[in-house]
Design a protein around this ligand. Structure first.
Ligand code: 3PG
Length: 305
């Protein structure tokens, strides 16, 4: 059984060794394709593999068609918008993610960027503190919950909106549920996005919604670039010079955004989940899920059931 780890943005070496161990102990072979420079390299690498582990790598119909022996793809991470689910399902390929495994890393980066924004991007001038401020968590899933846990330590008031999570569940965790998304934005000095990129959410973070943010608010995006209406947000940021936008996914219009100066920050690469711990957690979980799938038919984390 051949297991391909295809990561344009490689896992930390310690995580790769952990994955190798799980796979070799199961009697399988690990094939590694890291930092590939063209999608064709990925397509060429799948010819005889039975399983693939990816991160944000694009699992397109071309990849799936070229992988004649493929049975399972595991996205080592949360969001699987990089995988063509329809094509995979049509080919009978099981797709899984590893929910929760990299959440803490993403949540910590959100706070790293919030502090940076609060301290004027470390420009040496007087800044502000997170303590006593309101944080709005847009989508209360694994990452949203980690954000809430950390926010408690900072002494923030925590609001959240998630149409799939009950108000009771939020209240039980010390979080104030807002009945609708507008109320969340109105009550957020820091608005942290944790929604997936779906046909419903794409470009949903737009001018009208962000306009509801209170004076001096910061929008934090460690979710997906696609959920932002880039033109609308840029228009608002130009009109409302009190607002800031920090993100670990550079906008496509990054040059325009950079003109906002210190009210905008984007990491050079998507790096929320880029910690050794997250790489180990998600990578090794992916390897275990593949072994359990082949040995016991376990489909616990399948997302295309
Ligand atoms: C995820 O969906 O798990 C995160 O966005 C991490 O993505 P990455 O593995 O490409 O860093």
């Amino acid at each position: 059984m051949k297991i391909l780890v295809a990561t344009d943005k490689p896992f930390a070496p310690v995580a790769v060794e952990g994955i190798r161990k799980v796979i070799s102990e199961a009697g399988y072979e690990l094939v590694l394709l890291e930092k590939y420079t063209s999608q064709q390299q990925f397509v060429d690498a799948v010819a005889d593999v039975h399983a693939i582990i990816v991160r944000s790598d694009l699992v397109t119909p071309e990849v799936l068609n070229a992988a004649k022996n493929l049975k399972i793809v595991v996205r080592a991470g949360a969001g699987y918008d990089n995988i063509d689910l329809k094509a995979a399902t049509e080919k009978g390929v099981v797709v899984m993610n590893t929910p929760g495994q990299n959440s803490n890393a993403v949540a910590e980066l959100a706070f790293g960027m919030m502090i940076m924004a609060a301290r004027g991007m470390y420009d040496g001038k007087t800044g502000t503190e997170l303590k006593g401020k309101r944080i709005g968590i847009h989508a209360y899933g694994n990452v949203g919950r980690c954000v809430a846990t950390i926010a408690k330590g900072f002494g923030m008031t925590i609001y959240a909106y998630d149409r799939y999570v009950s108000a009771e569940a939020m209240k039980a965790e010390g979080v104030i549920p807002t009945g609708n998304v507008e109320e969340l934005y109105k009550n957020s000095d820091y608005l942290s996005l944790h929604i997936p990129a779906t046909s419903e959410t794409k470009k949903s973070i737009n001018y009208e919604l962000c306009k509801l943010l209170p004076k001096g608010a910061t929008l934090v995006n460690t979710a997906r670039g696609e959920v932002i209406d880039e033109e609308g947000l840029l228009k608002l940021l130009n009109e409302r010079t009190d607002l800031k936008y920090v993100t670990d996914i550079a906008p496509e219009m990054v040059e325009e955004y950079k003109k906002l100066g210190s009210r905008f920050f984007a990491t050079p690469k998507k790096m929320g989940a880029q910690t050794e711990e997250a790489n180990i957690n998600a990578g090794i979980a992916a390897a275990h899920q593949i072994v359990k799938f082949f040995k016991n038919g376990d489909t616990t984390f399948q997302v295309n059931k």
